[in-house]
Design a protein. Structure first.
Lengths: 160, 499
């Protein structure tokens, strides 16, 4: 880790640990959002806490942690921010969303291949034919396994 | 002896034909999924949860225990054969296990791991049986203040044992606590932070969070860092260790079992330390420490025994106190709740068949592992050669079906996708997600106990220090945190995790 740390120093901005800075910012934003969400809930007293007391207390602590992280990122050397990629999150999460959208309306027979083929696009080694054959075969296995062998109430064909 | 009559009751439950079959099936599919590189025990269990839904609670728990051991052992198999640790606890196994595999002794490494695990499992089963009753009695004496302090201590342990920055681990725990508060308030029934979504009014489902973070976020990350999978070529060699191997390994197995069992009982994921501690100890005790890292059998036998012992004694805080010590156990809580069982001291008194049946089936599960794994090594090796581009869509669809089936709810699947994104961001920002899961699981219970104890003490925080047991637990927690923050210890902590 040591040599990585040395390389990470950013000249100019004053931020020495880019990853920690962004991490702190991330926490602070979440904390602010939670405080805003909890702001209309009654606090109550320590003797009889209301629903808003702990959410606000925890949110403040998260925010505090975020601020400390941000401050320390100016003081201590740390790793640079890793690059974010879009391909993995887009296709994997997109595939899951497609599954969620089609499972009730069309059933597993559509949701299975659709989500798997779309998800397969996340890999650099994507190959249409292979992905399609694999997705269809696996969907058939899933239907036999989950619907017939285990009797789960999962819709197989919903659009007919 | 109480303990033996209880164990006898347990075996009478676990050894029915149906339950043996369930245990076998659980171990088999658990190993099958657990062997896949990049699929840790958490994702494995979450994925396989739905297959237990149609069963009665006892059968379901027995099968789950089987899945749990299968997933654990599957991780070790991957560590030895591919040099890819499935999770933190099998990191150490890659060091010497994979070296042994390269020398054509993969079979012996797997064999000694299975035998060591089996021995550790036997001891840990006895330990659970022996400690179950006294700890349950102790738990019944605990008031809300003691429970709260115990959970604080558990979370502090989790922070200390997490890798990387302590501050970041604390932040993750707090984030977990925050997520736990989403949903309907226990006392007033008011909806909290649900964003007006009906599906959030019951709170966030644990499986949804766990699957998003340990299933989907892992897939995304694996796709970004194309692994160099170094599957052992050539022969596995004979499986049964020879006389010389046994002579070298029996002491490490004994020592590993001892260390692992004790660390496993600690709240806050003590089990993760077991293999590290066992490896370090074997290296120190060895006549020729330079053999370690080059295929020393002791380096497999000790940590693997510690791993399995810890994996099993981790059930003790869960079953007796109702407090899951790590994320995998937290998932078991979710699984039990689905079957209408709330883990805690009342399980043992109210459903003794279930409790002891599960304890006994742990032993059966360990035996199954030896029986299944050794003959099936060939299949696992083939499975390891499946390219990731085919593996991850399969994981994806199993996860989706698994999550959907828990509540038959498409919106759960969408939330899982959301937490997948969340988990990806968190990983990219250098956070360790495991403490968050623990915070999430303990969150609801902690809030309940905190509010109860403050009602009892009329709003006085001193109640946590006035009650002796609670005060001791908090002092231990503070001391651990201070120790971990001391520069000299911090350094050696980093060394333990990087070794």
């Amino acid at each position: 880790m040591a040599n990585q740390d040395e390389q990470a120093g950013r000249a100019g901005s004053g931020i020495r640990a880019q990853q920690d800075f962004v991490a702190g910012l991330f926490l602070a934003v979440i904390a602010l959002f939670a405080i805003w969400q909890a702001s209309d809930m009654p606090l109550g007293t320590l003797r009889a806490m209301g629903p808003g007391m702990l959410p606000r207390a925890v949110a403040v602590m998260v925010g505090l942690g975020g601020v400390i992280l941000m401050v320390s990122s100016f003081l201590e050397e740390g790793p640079a921010l890793e690059r974010f990629h879009w391909r993995g999150p887009l296709f994997i999460l997109g595939g899951i969303l497609l599954f969620a959208l089609t499972i009730r309306t069309a059933g597993l027979i559509v949701a299975g291949p659709l989500s798997m083929i779309f998800g397969s696009l996340a890999s650099d080694e994507f190959n249409w034919k292979e992905a399609a054959i694999f997705a269809v075969a696996l969907t058939a296995i899933c239907i036999v396994l989950f619907k017939f062998a285990l009797g789960l109430p999962i819709p197989v064909i919903a659009f007919m | 002896m109480d303990m033996f009559s209880n164990l006898a009751l347990g075996f009478s439950v676990a050894l029915t034909l149906k339950n043996i079959a369930l245990c076998f099936a659980g171990c088999f599919v658990g190993t099958l999924i657990g062997v896949l590189p990049g699929v840790g025990p958490i994702a494995t269990i979450a994925m396989l949860l739905p297959i237990t839904f149609g069963l009665d609670p006892t059968g379901a728990l027995i099968m789950l225990a089987g899945i749990y051991y299968g997933a654990q052992y599957g991780g070790s198999t991957t560590a030895i054969l591919v040099n890819l640790p499935g999770e933190a606890t099998s990191v150490v196994t890659t060091l010497d296990g994979h070296q042994m595999a390269k020398q054509g002794r993969a079979g012996v490494a797997l064999g000694i791991a299975a035998i060591g695990s089996f021995f550790a499992g036997c001891v840990a089963t006895l330990l659970i049986a022996a400690l179950g009753l006294p700890l349950t009695r102790l738990a019944q004496l605990f008031g809300p203040a003691e429970y709260f302090s115990l959970m604080v201590m558990g979370l502090v342990f989790a922070v200390v044992l997490a890798r990387g920055s302590i501050l970041k681990a604390i932040c993750m725990i707090l984030l977990g606590l925050m997520l736990a508060q989403v949903g309907t308030d226990l006392e007033t029934g008011q909806e909290r932070m649900t964003l007006g979504l009906i599906s959030l009014s019951d709170g966030i489902d644990f499986a949804v969070l766990a699957m998003g973070i340990f299933g989907f976020a892992e897939i995304i990350r694996n796709l970004e860092n194309p692994e160099t999978r170094d599957v052992v070529r050539g022969t596995i060699g004979r499986l049964l260790p020879g006389k010389e191997d046994f002579r070298q390994s029996y002491m490490p197995i004994l020592r590993g079992t001892f260390i692992g069992s004790i660390l496993g009982i600690l709240p806050g994921n003590g089990a993760v330390l077991g293999p590290f501690a066992a490896y370090t100890m074997e290296k120190r005790l060895a006549k020729d420490p330079s053999r370690f890292g080059r295929g020393a059998i002791e380096g497999v036998a000790g940590p693997e025994s510690a791993n399995n012992a810890g994996a099993q004694t981790a059930f003790i805080p869960l079953l007796t106190l109702g407090i899951p010590p790590n994320a995998v156990m937290a998932l078991m809580v979710g699984a039990m709740t689905i079957h209408g069982i709330i883990p805690g001291p009342q399980v043992m008194t109210r459903n003794p068949e279930l409790f002891w049946g599960m304890v006994a089936s742990m032993w059966v599960g360990n035996l199954m592992l030896v029986i299944i794994n050794l003959p099936l090594v060939g299949i696992w090796v083939k499975l390891l050669k499946v390219p990731y581009r085919l593996m991850f869509p399969a994981i994806l669809i199993f996860c989706c079906i698994g999550i959907y089936s828990i509540n038959n709810s498409p919106s759960d699947v969408m939330f899982t996708a959301f937490f997948g994104l969340f988990g990806y961001i968190v990983l990219k920002l250098g956070f360790e997600p495991a403490p968050m899961l623990l915070g999430f699981v303990l969150g609801k219970l902690m809030e309940e106990k905190l509010r109860q104890s403050l009602i009892l003490s009329r709003g006085d925080f001193m109640t946590f220090l006035d009650r002796p047991v609670s005060a001791v637990l908090l002092v231990i927690a503070v001391a651990m945190l201070v120790l971990a923050l001391l520069p000299s210890i911090r350094k050696s902590r980093d060394e333990v995790f990087t070794e």
